[in-house]
Design a protein. Sequence first.
Length: 435
Amino acid sequence: MRCSRLLRAVCGTGLLAAALTAVPTTARAQSRQPACAPDNAGLILPEGFCALVVADDVGPARHIAVAPNGDVFVALDRSRRGGPGQADFAILRDTDGDGTADIVRRFGAAGGTGIRLHGGYVYFGANNAILRYPWPEGALDPAGPPDTLVSGLPDCCGHAAKGFAIGDGFVYVNVGSASNACQAGRGRQPGIEGLDPCPQLETRAGVWRFPLEPTGQRQPDGVHYTTGLRNTFALDIHPRTGILYGVQHGRDQLAQLWPDLFDERQSAEKPAEEMVRITEGANFGWPYCFYEPELDRKVLAPEYGGDGTIQGRCEDMNGPAMTFPAHWAPNALLFYTGDQFPAAYRGGAFIAFHGSWNRAPMPQAGYNVVFVPFADAEPAGTYRVFADGFAGESVSPRGAAHRPAGLAQGPDGSLYVSDDRGGRIYRILYQGDQD
């Protein structure tokens, strides 16, 4: 880098280099709307929208967050496939405004799913803890080592990912169940009854709330906010009401475990994935109940004496705010608050569906991002697929080229989508006429 006469005094000190990587340079780059890919990076989008690739091969990218200066923070789950990912998270920066990250930095060593930016910190959801890094605005490095806000969260035996949301001085943490249906023994065995009461409900299958201070908390220090949710790491807080919403992964293998009660078609299409309004004290019924989309109600699970129609104790459980096809695997939820997209999107929710392995003999499905319109702070109407084409020609877990995993809103109102299969970060923009 050459210096002008005015800058020569600071060039050798490193101050100029630091200044050029600070917020103003990135902010200037972000103020330019980049060109979208000619093929929209393979995505199928509504008219007026287009897409580009911010980065490829960053590792198994799970949840993401975008800073006010446009830096993209990407949680990396080392337990998943997808290239280099031996870190907690990566930070991506575009310094020239072409939409592509030209700086990639990695931090930490544990790996995990959740990530949020809040109050001068990067909060990170490892599988057994919530960490926070002090992070000055516009910096490429933390200001110090991470604090541990909460440790000792259960992570054994399945559903270890810790998605979380932050609001009103609290962090709300998903602690997924350790099993499919709380069967006795090894689980996922045909004809085996469920444990009643299910011991997992004491420490798992729900949402816990913790204050943002002090550090060093353990699970018993938090509030067991909601129970009966099998695995709900797609979480976000409605921006107007402050109410927490989530979308849970429903149970699997009705036909494989209970062939006398369910056929393969029923197993592929039941239970519905549920978008839920999470309030303190709510109980959504897992493992005793599941949502039966044809009957439009919760029914008793076969592990607890159900036959697909009996309601029993499930009549008293909290119901969904909206439902989606079975086994689509919801991994991220985002309420849209920007003004780049048309007015119909503002205040609504985007959901990233990772795609399932459990719809055979029906075609596998999901692998998309859907939009849920909201009115008066409640879901209104029906959902619609917003972005598709991530998987490519093979819509299957092993064959898919890309699988949506995280969502974030950029400072300009564009939508970012992460992919934990190919390690890709997409950016979706609106370039049509505003309504």
